[in-house]
Design a protein around this ligand. Structure first.
Ligand SMILES: CNc1ncnc2c1ncn2[C@@H]1O[C@H](COP(=O)(O)O)[C@@H](O)[C@H]1O
Length: 246
């Protein structure tokens, strides 16, 4: 195993829908293609393209969101993403995702997050710990070679990954929708949710739209992460972000 793979790692910036396996995206696209809902060759081209511009990145996310609209798929990608990070010896993962509504699939923000939690429970290659304080006192290698090691989790012989969740507010959302996400995060605090993220296309939306929800989150003790500075114009409002001291 390459040393950089075997080295225990902390991943603090993973977007669920930005971490899906290409093979899964292709499979989902092919299924929708077979049902006539997308034109598979076009989707395939987008998925396999490298060196995307920022605009193309956000078009890609719109496409991915078309492929991952139902609860089962959200559960599947969550499971796979955790297993993939664990396979690369990530021992602590902060996974962020935007709770979504999709009336045609009977999905609301809460049921979306329940599907994510179901994905955490479905992970089989590694023990997922969303509750306990991370303990990195065990030798780093214990996280990797947990078998027969007293640092191994509950005698399962599996290595362990600590996972914490952040709920993202998409810059396309309204103040009310942002507030709904914060309230959901508060409701799910005992389930590994530690914070709120503001993300999405930086040229869309106004900082003031999200401020009430972010201030409320902060008052309630949630941690906050903010995407800022990806494009020059949007960078100009970054100093305002520090009023909520992420
Ligand atoms: C390039 N840098 C970035 N800047 C800003 N937002 C980003 C991002 N990369 C990803 N996202 C945000 O994460 C969503 C996908 O994951 P989820 O559907 O939430 O799981 C994107 O739609 C976007 O809102």
């Amino acid at each position: 195993m390459d040393w950089w793979v075997s080295m225990p790692k902390v991943e603090l910036h993973a977007h669920l829908n930005g971490s899906i396996r290409d093979s899964t995206l292709m499979e989902l696209a092919r299924e929708l293609g077979n049902r006539g809902l997308v034109h598979f060759p076009d989707v395939e081209r987008v998925i396999l393209k490298h060196d995307r511009s920022l605009t193309e990145v956000f078009k890609m996310f719109d496409l991915i969101h078309i492929l991952t609209t139902d609860h089962e798929t959200v559960t599947r990608i969550t499971k796979e993403v955790i297993e993939d990070f664990a396979a690369e010896n990530v021992v602590y993962l902060e996974l962020r995702t935007t709770p979504k509504k999709n009336v045609s699939k009977g999905m609301n923000k809460k049921s979306y997050m329940e599907a994510v939690l179901e994905g955490l429970r479905a992970v089989s290659t590694v023990e997922v710990d969303i509750f306990s304080e991370p303990n990195f006192d065990c030798p780093a290698s214990a996280a990797i070679y947990a078998r027969n090691n007293e640092c191994a989790s509950n005698g399962t012989g599996k290595k362990k990954i600590y996972v914490r969740l952040l709920l993202s507010i998409d810059r396309r959302e309204t103040t009310e929708a942002a507030m709904e996400t914060v309230k959901l995060a508060l409701e799910m605090r005992h389930l590994g949710v530690v914070g709120i993220d503001l993300s999405g296309n930086p040229i869309i939306g106004e900082w003031l739209t999200f401020l009430p929800a972010l201030e409320f989150a902060k008052e309630q003790g949630l941690l906050i992460t903010l995407h800022c500075g990806e494009v020059h114009l949007a960078s100009l409002v970054c100093p305002a972000f520090f009023s909520v001291t992420p």
